[in-house]
Design a protein around this ligand. Structure first.
Ligand code: SF4
Length: 232
């Protein structure tokens, strides 16, 4: 798996690529520079050199609030990270977006398994068992709000609502389910998404995107389903 992740990164990295809200650029000495994609033109960023620093950067948003969902579009600004090797790059990206590189590689090789929301809810126990009582109408509204790229989560949804293949929410744009779209660009455009392959960077380089894939509903969404059923 480790080598396949490196190969996937290498194929994505022509000059630079986006993953979530991060811009990764290759340097002349075969190293890498990472920063928030909004900050690519800034020269007043604080520089970090250790992959472990990504843990702290990813932990809090700009206002200092804890980020329970690492793929929420609230990654803090004002930092840059200089890394020397592929191994360090892979490690840092896994701190920023845990498990997402492995999911991407599994998806590229056709081996990513998905689990529907209804299956996930039906296997809950204890205080979360009641979440399975959520109606389809409530799922439509909740997923459209909680998982939306603008203000919710930057992952591309691959899971279905139920084992019959029903779309997760009829109220999300179709791009939210398409790994070819850049949800990071979409996060600033409510209700829409942008193409993953686009000359978005001001340096006029084509910027590829590695999508953050969501293969099964997360615990936070399950907790929200429970709240909806309980009327909280
Ligand atoms: S279910 Fe997936 S897309 Fe929705 S908030 Fe959780 S991680 Fe993000």
């Amino acid at each position: 798996m480790a080598n396949s992740i490196e190969r996937a990164l290498e194929s994505a990295l022509v000059d630079c690529f986006h993953i979530g809200q991060i811009l990764v650029r290759k340097t002349n000495n075969d190293g890498f520079v990472l920063c928030h994609r909004d900050d690519h033109a800034r020269e007043d960023l604080q520089t970090f050199w250790n992959t472990e620093d990504a843990v702290d950067i990813a932990k809090y948003d700009d206002a200092g609030n804890y980020r329970p969902l690492k793929t929420a579009p609230n990654l803090q600004h004002s930092w840059r990270m200089e890394l020397g090797t592929w191994e360090e790059l892979k490690c840092a990206l896994d701190y920023f977006y845990p498990g997402r590189l492995a999911a991407f590689v599994a998806w590229k090789s056709g081996q990513l398994r998905t689990t529907s929301l209804r299956e996930t809810l039906n296997r809950q126990s204890g205080m979360y068992r009641v979440a399975a009582k959520i109606s389809d109408t409530q799922i439509d509204d909740l997923v459209a709000d909680f998982c939306r790229s603008s203000g919710g989560c930057l992952r591309t949804i691959l899971w279905k609502r139920d084992p019959y293949g029903t779309v997760a929410s009829t109220k999300l744009p179709k791009e939210k389910f398409d790994p070819a779209y850049d949800q990071g660009e979409a996060s600033s455009q409510p209700g829409s998404s942008a193409f993953a392959e686009a000359p978005a960077d001001k340096s006029n380089l084509a910027t590829a995107t590695i999508p953050l894939l969501c293969q099964e509903p997360c615990n936070l969404l399950v907790a929200e389903c429970r709240k909806v059923v309980k009327g909280e």
